[in-house]
Design a binder for this molecule. Structure first.
Ligand SMILES: C[S@@+](CC[C@H](N)C(=O)[O-])C[C@H]1O[C@@H](n2cnc3c(N)ncnc32)[C@H](O)[C@@H]1O
Length: 241
């Protein structure tokens, strides 16, 4: 596995923190993020005590606490954390890495992570930490770009994007790792999680042009259920026994 470039990731998100939300602040962006969040929400206890790893500007924490409960976010980028604090002033947000969580054992009953895991240099360390900070019976839900034919070209595309200086909130060569079902299952299973469920989701993408995005959202539920080979995000939910 190629190592992700953590300092580069941190600096990048510090730089884009002010514009990150504009990526999600139009109807495609809102629909895309709400769709992803829906998958996580179903797998987490409603009104629980949530930790969101790689919380960014607090988009998921904001959605989660609408149903009650409380949220804590952690992110390596100080810029993103500052934005999250403004979005959810009643929640706690900390700067730090998912690989070493600054929380006591059994502190949360829900842990989430949205579009972050492929950046994490040491996935085993992060999952061990998630397991440690979860209460027995607590749930984890994690969603990240998966390893598929359609995602295979992304690292090269990002390298080219970086060379020609495309301004895009995620388009950079960070050495991400894309996971398949087997890898995800064994990572969670080896960490001691129970009820590990791995599935594919997302067919519509925020960067599609409007008519295609709209068509893709219509067929998305069918694709996720019947033709998961065409979905590109991998979603894992599991429990601590
Ligand atoms: C694509 S953004 C997703 C942000 C947010 N989860 C969302 O859904 O909008 C990826 C985020 O992961 C953070 N990140 C990357 N590696 C991390 C790590 N090892 N620990 C914590 N946060 C990390 C980045 O700083 C960035 O804010």
């Amino acid at each position: 596995m190629s190592g992700t470039k953590t300092d580069k990731i941190r600096k990048h998100y510090d730089t884009v923190a002010d514009t990150y939300d504009s990526h999600y602040d139009h109807h495609r962006g809102r629909k895309y993020h709400t769709h992803l969040s829906g998958h996580l929400m179903k797998a987490l206890p409603e009104g629980g005590n949530l930790l969101d790893i790689g919380c960014g500007t607090g988009l998921f924490v904001e959605k989660y606490i609408k149903n009650g409960g409380c949220g804590t976010g952690l992110d390596i980028s100080e810029g993103m954390v500052a934005k999250a604090r403004r979005r959810c002033p009643d929640c706690e947000f900390l700067v730090g890495t998912g690989e070493k969580l600054p929380f006591d054992d059994c502190s949360f009953n829900a842990v989430s992570s949205v579009l972050v895991f492929s950046y994490v240099r040491d996935p085993v360390a992060m999952l061990s930490e998630v397991h440690r900070v979860l209460e027995p019976g607590g749930s984890v839900a994690l969603l990240t770009l998966g390893k598929k034919l359609i995602t295979r070209g992304i690292p090269s595309l990002y390298k080219i994007g970086e060379k020609i200086k495309i301004k895009h909130v995620v388009m950079k060569d960070f050495g991400e790792h894309y996971y398949d079902e087997k890898e995800m299952y064994s990572l969670f299973d080896n960490t001691g999680f129970a009820e590990v469920d791995v599935k594919w989701c997302s067919f519509a993408h925020i960067d599609m042009i409007d008519p295609i995005f709209s068509l893709a959202t219509k067929v998305e539920p069918f694709v996720e259920k019947r033709v998961p080979q065409l979905a590109y995000n991998i979603f894992v939910s599991a429990k601590k026994e």
